[in-house]
Design a protein around this ligand. Structure first.
Ligand SMILES: Cc1cc2nc3c(=O)[nH]c(=O)nc-3n(C[C@H](O)[C@H](O)[C@H](O)COP(=O)(O)OP(=O)(O)OC[C@H]3O[C@@H](n4cnc5c(N)ncnc54)[C@H](O)[C@@H]3O)c2cc1C
Length: 279
């Protein structure tokens, strides 16, 4: 199949892009790396009147160090993070996860904003960004909103975007020198989307102990106070404090009924903890 005919615009700044996408007389789609949008256009799952290509907007390709956090523009690619063209403030977490996304051709073009907005439950950025406590910055005709990454995905393929809004940046907090993280995804082949994701951050200096169970059927499960599951991060072996029964309860409460599915997710988290302690 081929896409329907559409107009194409490549605005030079965010204000011009918002003006275009806020036109409710047209079916307008934002295009970033086009790694997910391209197939959707070809299959006519989306049939826009106008495509707004945001990859030429300089603001969206920049990063800014703000002391306590780094602000990453929405069009920063997976490869920019993998290659550390943007500074890493996560003790290697984001570059390591970037490297495991798809294969290089996809990473060269795919963007963090596109991935988070596409809201595929199996995608990697949702889980690791939620684990490190990142927030998304959304801008639209009514101004700016800043919300935690885990609240941005409303469900499978559904992001919390108001009419005329776009994602402009992701704010990533700087982890302390004592922070420990782990990320493990189960997939059959390298470069595939995950069947299960386990991620955690334990940052005792900042009092953070977070667990994320990703690649569910909907948005990731985030346990913001996960001390009872993984400890506070001070123990030498991160997996020593692991309470798989407590994790199972959390996953069950989220509605995952298949015991094999639950076990796959528990195992992913256990492996994330084991890898952290051997890192
Ligand atoms: C073969 C293949 C394998 C893949 N494997 C993985 C994997 O293992 N893990 C993984 O995480 N991902 C994987 N992906 C997805 C990839 O990471 C894409 O980057 C991601 O799906 C979309 O990012 P994009 O920049 O290409 O967005 P696009 O495809 O351009 O856009 C995706 C959607 O987001 C919207 N959008 C884009 N940017 C913005 C913005 N700033 N504000 C508002 N809306 C916006 C678009 O309108 C569209 O609806 C894979 C993709 C392919 C093709």
């Amino acid at each position: 199949m081929k896409p329907v005919n559409f107009d194409y615009a490549r605005p030079g700044d965010v204000a011009a892009a918002i003006k275009l996408i806020a036109d409710d007389s047209l079916m307008v789609k934002i295009m970033a790396g086009s790694q997910s949008l391209g197939p959707m256009l070809n299959m006519r799952l989306v049939q826009p009147d106008l495509l707004v290509d945001i990859t030429g907007i300089e603001e969206l390709r920049r990063f800014e160090d703000r002391g306590e956090e780094i602000v990453l523009g929405a069009c920063i690619t997976h490869a920019d993070i993998e290659d550390r063209r943007v500074p890493d403030v996560t003790r290697g977490a984001l570059p390591a996860v970037a490297k495991g996304i798809a294969y290089r051709a996809v990473r060269n073009r795919g963007t963090i904003g596109g991935s988070l907005t596409h809201a595929d439950p199996s995608a990697d950025w949702h889980s690791i960004m939620a684990a490190v406590g990142a927030k998304v910055v959304l801008r639209g005709p009514g101004g700016e909103r800043v919300i935690p990454v885990e609240d941005y995905m409303l469900g499978a393929l559904e992001a919390d975007l108001q009419p005329g809004e776009m994602l402009v940046a992701v704010r990533v907090p700087k982890l302390s020198g004592a922070a420990r993280w782990g990320y493990y995804k189960t997939c059959r082949k390298t470069g595939e989307f995950a069947h299960a994701i386990g991620a955690f951050l334990a940052d005792p200096e900042r009092g953070v102990s977070r667990v994320v169970i990703g690649a569910t059927e909907t948005r990731p499960i985030v346990v913001a106070e996960a001390g009872n599951i993984i400890g506070d991060g001070r123990a030498e072996r991160m997996d020593a404090a692991f309470d798989s029964k407590a994790v199972d309860e959390v996953i069950k409460a989220s509605g995952m009924t298949d015991p094999i599915d639950r076990q796959t997710h528990i195992t992913a988290l256990r492996r994330a903890l084991e890898q952290a302690q051997s890192a």
